[in-house]
Design a binder for this molecule. Structure first.
Ligand code: SF4
Length: 238
């Protein structure tokens, strides 16, 4: 999976996506900040959880623990209480451990480097990429299920690779597509996720309303306009 043979398509894809995002994106509180701690809180909460649910918890949690130091000082029971109702409590425990590690080993500053982020509790490749691009505005790939689905459909059509090889290929593609400027990379990565959440959904993609349909291999395949929801990839909450 590569865009190197079609750099023009990559440029068009980025432009169309960014223009659509500026008009159609939801105003979500974690998109109004570049605070890496707040971005991390949102990313932990969004794992396996609907945006609407996270909206109920995100701001109250930050009001209670406004910085990584506040969270590090908290007792586990109170952190669990602040998370109560959001489910998957292991995330709260990992976030709490992460806060303590950031204070103990990084002087209370969330690191920016990929490898340092990956060593923190509960931070996988996706979350590390998300923090780098959404907090530090780095051109870093943040490939979750939504992003993998959008990129697979647009650039591979029905020939999307599966398994570990597919995940590697889609990450490589996301890296190749990153704009160089940090602000543009932030918009690009948010827009990819937003397209997967609002338009290119797993079960019922709204291709006629899609800003990148002219470039999309899935849409361009014969019959896909009428039955774009055939063989849907797995669902993701966001
Ligand atoms: S045209 Fe359809 S399949 Fe292609 S990216 Fe848009 S919504 Fe997804």
């Amino acid at each position: 999976m590569s865009t190197q043979s079609t750099p023009t398509a990559a440029v068009h894809f980025r432009r169309k996506l960014a223009a659509w995002y500026r008009k159609a994106a939801r105003d979500l509180p974690w998109r109004r900040t570049r605070d890496p701690y707040a971005v991390l809180v949102s990313e932990f909460m969004l794992q396996q959880t609907q945006v609407a649910r996270v909206l109920e918890f995100y701001e109250p949690f930050l009001a209670r623990y406004p910085t990584v130091r506040h969270l590090a000082r908290a007792r586990p029971a109170t952190v669990r209480e602040a998370w109560d109702g959001l489910g998957y409590y292991r995330r709260a425990a990992n976030l709490h451990r992460l806060a303590r590690e950031v204070v103990a080993q990084h002087g209370g500053e969330i690191p920016e480097e990929h490898d340092a982020l990956r060593r923190l509790p509960g931070v996988g490749a996706y979350t590390a990429g998300a923090v780098r691009t959404f907090a530090f505005e780095r051109p870093a790939a943040a490939v979750d299920t939504n992003v993998a689905r959008v990129l697979g459909r647009v650039f591979r059509g029905r020939k999307a690779l599966k398994g570990a090889a597919g995940a590697k290929a889609v990450t490589r593609l996301a890296e190749q597509l990153q704009p160089r400027r940090g602000g543009a990379a932030w918009t690009f990565n948010q827009a990819l996720m937003e397209l997967g959440a609002l338009i290119c959904t797993a079960r019922a993609p709204r291709c006629p309303a899609c800003p990148v349909r002219a470039l999309c291999k899935w849409y361009g395949l014969s019959g896909s306009r009428a039955a774009a929801s055939a063989a849907p990839p797995p669902r993701r909450s966001r």
